[in-house]
Ligand binder design. Sequence first.
Ligand SMILES: C[S@@+](CC[C@H](N)C(=O)[O-])C[C@H]1O[C@@H](n2cnc3c(N)ncnc32)[C@H](O)[C@@H]1O
Length: 236
Amino acid sequence: MHRLYGDLAPWWPLISPPSEYVDEIPRLQAALGPPGRLLELGSGGGHVASHLLQFDRTLVDLAEPMLAVSRELNPDCRHEQGDMRTIRLNERFDAVLVHDAVDYLLTEDDVEQMLDTAAEHLVDGGRLVIVPDDIADTFQPGTTSGGSDDAHGRAARFLEWVHELQPGETSVQVDYVFVLRERDGSVDVVHEQHECGLFTINQWRRMLSDFTDVVVSVTDESWGEGVLITARRSRR
Ligand SMILES: C[S@@+](CC[C@H](N)C(=O)[O-])C[C@H]1O[C@@H](n2cnc3c(N)ncnc32)[C@H](O)[C@@H]1O
């Protein structure tokens, strides 16, 4: 497990605060459709879910420490630990959301397993919404930074350095450096490398061939826009 989602999970609300997701909520709400039962796979700290109040939300994540962060923010949600490729709750939902956690699926086989999970949990005609950080067709390597402070002197900053996509690969290396400042002023610096999946529009369309109404949209990269994939579970 990555340290970011393990022992560093309590820093998640400062590394990527819930307020940073506000701009993208209207397009997510539009894609998810009317209020109903929502399943989020890879819900992390529940920052996206905390804005989707019109839904009865079930949140699934691989990492218990991230679920603990989310339970505090979203006490009204149901939380389940599990892998988005294999979890089976034996229930149906009106919509399934897979936000940036989809980036941790590195191969077409991983994605197809996640899509089977989504299909198993959607009602007929239910909506699937996937929000990868990027798509191989328009991907550019680069560096970003961010972070925030709390009201009591605890603060986090991070650098994210996304490397080149190698020909024939479906994943890229990402170096993270986290600078974590405790209330007493002591500072810890942590480096870790993540590997993130990247697929072309054609790959996504092919992998979603069992779904209907598939739309893969890519708009300019200002925050709140970017890649949005929507589909519906076929009526059987
Ligand atoms: C960037 S965080 C998600 C943050 C989330 N969007 C939020 O609003 O707080 C990525 C999450 O994906 C989870 N994850 C990675 N692979 C997973 C898998 N196979 N199944 C379920 N969760 C997974 C990690 O544990 C981590 O919590």
